[in-house]
Write a protein that binds this ligand. Structure first.
Ligand SMILES: C[S@@+](CC[C@H](N)C(=O)[O-])C[C@H]1O[C@@H](n2cnc3c(N)ncnc32)[C@H](O)[C@@H]1O
Length: 236
């Protein structure tokens, strides 16, 4: 990773503060709504136990908690994020759906994770961990806050294997997405930065290896939509 990208990651929440008002719209528009389908994948991956208590890291505007509570076994989801702008929008969405008793969003760092050991039986992150300044440290702390046999579920961008899809993907992600994103969000280069974080981040077997290094067992991963997104799973 270049020093410039590493430095920007430390303060990436500031970028999200600025693009928060247009984040949900642009997410759905730029992904043609596929991001909604990707987040739904968390539901089938939940453990088969009752009373599931979840921590959602880099929760943004709360879309993952809102998906998770569709499963009645999910008793509580706590979502944390460093961007107040994103969390404030998420809180409004939750109030509108009257889900305040089940979903709590607050400010918090996904790297240090401000919770006691063994507090949650599931930790989720969607499209957040590549923005963390130190994802290996985050994985160690995820392991720490998980209860024994707890599960981590991480959805993150990855790169297509097929050469034609890869060519089309790079064309879209490097040329079209940043232009539309920067224009509609009113931010000079937020979406150029986001594209760089995707291309720079480890994926597939390499990232699965990082989960194993953090102590997680039964690690597996499955890619979706020609390999554009991958869901990683691991157990404590
Ligand atoms: C691409 S958004 C993903 C939001 C949401 N999970 C979703 O699926 O739409 C990335 C989020 O990561 C947050 N973030 C970046 N660094 C963080 C950190 N160290 N701790 C917690 N959140 C962080 C940003 O503020 C932003 O809301």
């Amino acid at each position: 990773m270049t020093t410039k990208l590493a430095t920007r990651k430390k303060e990436s929440y500031k970028i999200f503060d600025e693009i928060a008002p247009s984040y949900d719209f642009l997410n759905h528009f730029l992904s043609l709504g596929i991001d909604i389908y990707w987040r739904q994948k968390f539901l089938a991956a939940l453990p088969k136990t009752d009373k599931i208590v979840v921590l959602d890291l880099a929760t943004g505007t709360g879309d993952v908690p809102l998906v998770l509570v569709k499963d009645k076994r999910v008793k509580k989801v706590t979502g944390i994020d460093r961007s107040k702008g994103m969390v404030d929008i998420g809180k409004k969405k939750i109030q509108k759906k009257k889900l305040e008793k089940k979903i709590e969003l607050k400010l918090g760092d996904g790297v240090k994770i401000p919770f006691a050991d063994e507090t949650f039986n599931v930790v989720t992150i969607s499209f957040g961990i590549r923005n963390f300044s130190d994802h290996k440290e985050s994985l160690k702390n995820i392991y720490r806050v998980l209860s024994p046999k707890g599960k981590v579920l991480i959805m993150e961008f990855s790169l297509p294997k097929n050469s034609v899809m890869r060519f089309l993907y790079f064309f879209y992600f490097r040329n079209i997405l940043p232009r539309i994103g920067n224009l509609f969000s009113g931010h000079g280069d937020a979406y150029t930065y986001l594209n760089k974080t995707v291309e720079d981040f480890p994926y597939g077997a390499e990232f699965a290896g990082h989960l194993k290094e953090a102590g997680l067992k039964n690690v597996s991963y499955k890619s979706y939509t020609f390999g554009i997104a991958t869901l990683y799973q691991g157990e404590k």
